[in-house]
Design a protein. Structure first.
Length: 195
């Protein structure tokens, strides 16, 4: 009768060593680096373009409501500019908005409502906007507002026949001050006081 053999020790057919473990780790790291490099070279890193919107329909509806001047460039936007957002809120507190990107991708917005100018500035420029020296653009006086991020805005209040403010207008954004002023010069003057 034969004696039973003792089972073999160890779980594998190769010797485990520190150099073997180090080699496996280096191979894994190289595989990860190669994958990341491959994805970096084949990925489309172009930013997604902001789609243009047709602002004319909202503009016509807002003008037909006849509660605000509805400030907008006559006819079309400056060359290379595109409208990216538009809205008109009718009712007891009407509000008009037209957002645009310049040919260089900087933002300029028009906001108009029956709110006081301070309210528009706090909402669209900054809660702590700084008041600058007034400027005259194409014969019209505008108040200047800036914020810590570099936004620049021109604002004005439109008085009614009794002297009270009937609407406020704000034009500005991340575009350079000269661009905002040039654009404001293309906008129609405020209406003759009414109300």
């Amino acid at each position: 009768m034969s004696t039973p053999r003792a089972p073999a020790r160890g779980g594998g057919s190769y010797q485990r060593s520190a150099s073997g473990l180090l080699g496996a780790m280096v191979a894994t790291v190289l595989a990860v680096v190669a994958f990341v490099a491959f994805r970096g070279l084949t990925r489309d890193n172009e930013p997604t373009a902001v789609p243009a919107v047709d602002w004319h329909i909202s503009y016509q509806a807002a003008r037909a409501d006849n509660k605000l001047q509805v400030l907008a460039p006559p006819g079309s936007l400056p060359s290379g500019w595109k409208a990216t957002s538009v809205s008109y809120l009718p009712g007891a507190e009407p509000a008009w908005h037209l957002g645009m990107l310049t040919a260089k991708g900087k933002y300029v917005g028009i906001d108009e409502s029956t709110d006081h100018l301070d309210g528009l500035v706090q909402r669209y420029v900054d809660q702590d906007a700084s008041r600058g020296k007034d400027v005259v653009v194409d014969g019209e006086r505008w108040q200047v507002f800036t914020d810590a991020r570099g936004d620049y805005a021109l604002g004005r209040s439109i008085p009614g026949s009794g002297g009270q403010t009937i609407e406020s207008q704000l034009v500005g954004g991340s575009a350079p001050p000269a661009t905002v002023r040039e654009f404001a010069a293309t906008l129609p003057p405020p209406p003759v006081p009414r109300g």
